[in-house]
Design a protein around this ligand. Structure first.
Ligand code: GLA
Length: 381
């Protein structure tokens, strides 16, 4: 056993397979051409323990993430598709970068500095995940780094995208950079940065869907979740926060002690009815002086795989895959049935541009947007 810099205990099996000193060089291949004729590349990152992540420049999508179970057996633990066409046609944001504003903005409207902006209403009456062509549907400019002969402790990709003024209705030219770093401590780190030339809301996140027992292996109701959150933001029937910040005490949203996702998901609870399960923003607890907060720990008992999530963000959208209904065919033809994956989207709170009591999501010229989230993989006995 050993302890990594950010504290998860890794079982010996998880590190015993280290075959090299450093991470492998990043490799690049073709992943086809978009409907609009843009060539798409796939990049493979591998660390010294053979943890492997494949990413495409379209949407910054994580196609696959292979991690060992407690016996050292690797499985792909994220949902996704085999072809670019499937991602363009029908993806519920599998593995993608979400922007310019992750989550919902009520009725697609907000007022900033006295001016009202209208955005696409692409989710019932509301705006969701940046609109019709959000950051999940654009081709990012990718520069790999690390690995190979240069040695070092990590390998990764820098993804850049410039969102023009007025794109999807948002004000200002936003220059966004997202860095994916895979370390030899089995961390996948997301660093988000952005600048703008006009005040605009920004809320960037990553929308990977996980099944720690393995992609396509069943529903995620047996995963045991611990959330570092004593409060959440209750929503109306269209999943817009009511504005109150409520205690999780005595509700199915209390995950302060390890609890199976399925333990209370079927309870007769108005909030669960609105979300058709969990689709809610939890307010993360922070210790004074904390930069990275432990937001979540997820354990899958049969495989022993563990994922911890650390973030600088104040919120976490916990989504239990309620909109998966057996209509999507994923990698290898697997059918994604109800709740075959879950997402944990680190973020600011939904609808913040219209909710003055929530932490601000407005970025102004001269300011630097910075956000970090770490997924850390390990195993439990
Ligand atoms: C987020 C939203 C959900 C859903 C999923 C993708 O988690 O909060 O309601 O839209 O994305 O389907």
């Amino acid at each position: 056993m050993r302890t990594s810099p950010i504290g998860i205990i890794l079982a010996a099996g998880a590190v015993a397979c280290a075959g090299r000193e450093g991470a492998a060089p990043v490799t690049r291949g073709s992943f086809g051409v978009t409907r609009s004729g843009q060539a798409v590349s796939v990049y493979t990152l591998k660390n010294a323990h053979d943890l492997e992540v494949r990413v495409i420049d379209y949407g910054g999508i994580i196609l696959s993430l292979k991690a060992p179970d407690r016996a050292g057996r690797f499985a792909d633990i994220v949902l996704g598709f085999d072809s670019l066409g499937d991602y363009e046609r029908a993806s519920p944001y599998f593995g993608a970068i979400i922007g310019r504003y992750g989550n919902r903005i009520a009725r697609g409207h907000f007022t900033l500095d006295g001016k009202t902006y209208a955005l696409a209403r692409n989710n019932g009456p509301n705006h969701l995940h940046g609109g019709l062509r959000g950051f999940d549907k654009v081709v990012w400019d990718v520069t790999p780094f690390g690995g190979g002969a240069s040695g070092g402790d990590s390998v990764g990709l820098v993804l850049r995208y410039t969102s023009p003024d007025g794109e999807e209705g948002y004000p200002g030219t936003l220059r966004a950079t997202v860095t994916y770093t895979l370390t030899n401590q089995n961390e996948l780190i997301f660093d988000y940065e952005a600048t703008t030339d006009h005040a605009t809301p920004v809320n960037l996140t990553q929308h990977s869907y996980f099944n720690l027992a393995g992609d396509g292996s069943g529903d995620i109701l047996g995963h045991v979740v611990t959330l570092n959150a004593a409060r959440f933001t209750p929503v109306d029937s269209t999943l817009i926060p009511t504005g109150t910040i409520a205690s999780v005490n005595g509700t199915p949203f209390d995950f302060r002690a390890p609890t199976r996702i399925g333990a209370r998901i079927g309870q007769n609870d108005a909030q669960l009815r609105h979300g058709l399960g969990y689709d809610h923003n939890l307010v993360l607890e922070r210790n004074p002086g904390d930069t990275l907060t432990l937001a979540a720990r997820v354990v899958e008992p049969s495989s022993g795989r563990v994922m911890e999530i650390y973030t600088t963000e104040p919120g976490l959208q916990f989504y239990s895959g309620n909109f998966l209904h057996g209509t999507l065919h994923g990698k290898g033809g697997v059918v994604y049935r109800h709740r075959y994956g879950f997402a944990m989207e680190t973020q600011h709170f939904p609808d913040s541009p219209n909710q003055t009591a929530f932490p601000s999501t407005i970025l102004r010229p001269g300011q630097q947007y910075r956000s970090r989230t770490v997924y850390k993989f390990g195993t439990a006995p």
